[in-house]
Design a protein around this ligand. Sequence first.
Ligand SMILES: Cc1cc2nc3c(=O)[nH]c(=O)nc-3n(C[C@H](O)[C@H](O)[C@H](O)COP(=O)(O)OP(=O)(O)OC[C@H]3O[C@@H](n4cnc5c(N)ncnc54)[C@H](O)[C@@H]3O)c2cc1C
Ligand SMILES: *[C@@H]1O[C@H](CO)[C@@H](O)[C@H](O)[C@H]1NC(C)=O
Ligand SMILES: *[C@@H]1O[C@H](CO)[C@@H](O)[C@H](O)[C@H]1NC(C)=O
Ligand SMILES: *[C@@H]1O[C@H](CO)[C@@H](O)[C@H](O)[C@H]1NC(C)=O
Length: 509
Amino acid sequence: MALRNLSLKTFLFLGLCQIGRRGFASAPEIRDAPKKIAIIGGGIGGTSAAFFFRQEFGPGVKIDVFEEGTIGGRLATESIAGHEYETGGSIIHPLNLHMKFFVDKLGLSSRADVSSKMAIFDGRDLIFEESDWFIVNFLRMLWRYGFNFIRMHMWVESILDKFMRIYQYQQFGYSFSSVEKMLHAMGGESFLTLANQTLEEAMMAEGFSQLFLNDIVAPVTRVNYGQSVRINGFVGAVSLAGAGSGLWAVDGGNKMVCSGLLYHSKAEVVPARVTTISMKSRPSKAGPVLSFYEVSYVGKSGASHSTYDIVVVATPLHQDVSEINFSGFSPPIPSHFPGQYHQTVATLVHGHLNVSYLGAKDKPEDFYISDILTVDNKASDINSLSALDPVKIPKGYTLLSASHKKVWKIFSSQPLSQNHLQRIFLSWDSVFEKRWLAYPSYNPPQRRTPPFVLHDRLYYLNAVEWAASAMEMSAISSRNLALLAHHRWYQQTGKIDQEDLHTRLRGEL
Ligand SMILES: Cc1cc2nc3c(=O)[nH]c(=O)nc-3n(C[C@H](O)[C@H](O)[C@H](O)COP(=O)(O)OP(=O)(O)OC[C@H]3O[C@@H](n4cnc5c(N)ncnc54)[C@H](O)[C@@H]3O)c2cc1C
Ligand SMILES: *[C@@H]1O[C@H](CO)[C@@H](O)[C@H](O)[C@H]1NC(C)=O
Ligand SMILES: *[C@@H]1O[C@H](CO)[C@@H](O)[C@H](O)[C@H]1NC(C)=O
Ligand SMILES: *[C@@H]1O[C@H](CO)[C@@H](O)[C@H](O)[C@H]1NC(C)=O
């Protein structure tokens, strides 16, 4: 038996080698590998693209990453009273497999867990306060919202199940040429519908109550996306998954993943602002016209340009976010796609909270709530108020009550006035404000998401943000584009936009 097994294996092995060799020899024409790849943007999208393009195209290709600001982009930290704090993207879901993989691969780790408690504020009072006792929370929720909570958990879980399919597809090398096709491969028509209706519509259709949407769902969409339950259902589900348990962050700051990926991918960073991408062509010796891309940029030492075989735009092409001109393309490529990015102002205050502002009945020394979400009403002029933990947790660090001076982060859509701060805090010794154009203003139904493919070998990573904006979404998009660019370069069309992958791959396993 063992012998037969062995010989069968050997036979199969030899057979595979044969097929492999034959496949190689009879390929229509072995195209040379690309020589140079440009990536515009050094956030998690651009840096993970550097990693995945290196993985797909091998050690021979030169990869340049252009960054006009700081590596990390919307992942950024600020130093306050001797510690660093996240000011942009901060939490990562336990099932964000690419982020998890990066952290392991780069020898980073997740930040130590600090317990936290959540409350919901209606602009006058705290309408819900999390208790230390799970059963108490559970009974309170059951009393007020019936089974909405459990149903929401199941609903998000079922969406997440389908979402996870993307990792298997990518593992097998499959890629998608548009956001819609990617969503469809994950969750079929139901995902497309979800992405093209509001979260409110989607949840009402599932039988959730208006009370539950107002009191629980809206505070979650407000803290995560600064917007109401009228965001699209897909990003809404991502948002609700981001309110679950097991959330984590990178020890030392999330942006460390970006610098680690750049180092690991042996990409070169060009500290410059890209101004124009033009299509150029020149006749080759063999006859056919070769086209390539010329990237023009402005750095410290002035203006310059370089040519590339493949270009990845890893920054949003939207009004007030990026200004890149595309020249020589037909049909023309716009500098800006329709739609706006939503402003979220992060204000970090090192000071004493006025717990009376929250209508809290506890004394400050008994007030341990760290995450205050807000309902969507006229009285709520902030989106959230959270006590921050530093990106590196010092030894012996514990959750302090509000009687201590702490670092608080407020998200709001408008900058906070001095007056406003005086209502929230008794006193403070520093204030830091960052105005982000944070994520799309989601306004479903939308006509179409922007394309992944802007031109033959010119790709657009941040198109994915119109389904949902998150670190993991940028990483999924960069892996998809690395695979897509590879298959298009080598004309392996069998790995692009395949229908019914889910059933087919299930059969294969
Ligand atoms: C306040 C806030 C909270 C968030 N919370 C979370 C969260 O908890 N969890 C989560 O997963 N996500 C969160 N997000 C979303 C997440 O941060 C983003 O989806 C993600 O970081 C986007 O990464 P990116 O690389 O695609 O884009 P960016 O990080 O925006 O990177 C683009 C880069 O391109 C550079 N650039 C732009 N134009 C040019 C040019 N012409 N030439 C050269 N360089 C250029 C920019 O300087 C920038 O560094 C949050 C975002 C914000 C703002
Ligand atoms: C882009 O092109 C427009 C119109 O040609 C021009 O006004 C603008 O200055 C250009 N922007 C950049 C960044 O080159
Ligand atoms: C704290 O907030 C309460 C309620 O808004 C307010 O009446 C009080 O004056 C504030 N305290 C201080 C010291 O600002
Ligand atoms: C979204 O819905 C609108 C109108 O309901 C429709 O015109 C559009 O084609 C839909 N878009 C997608 C991507 O399904």
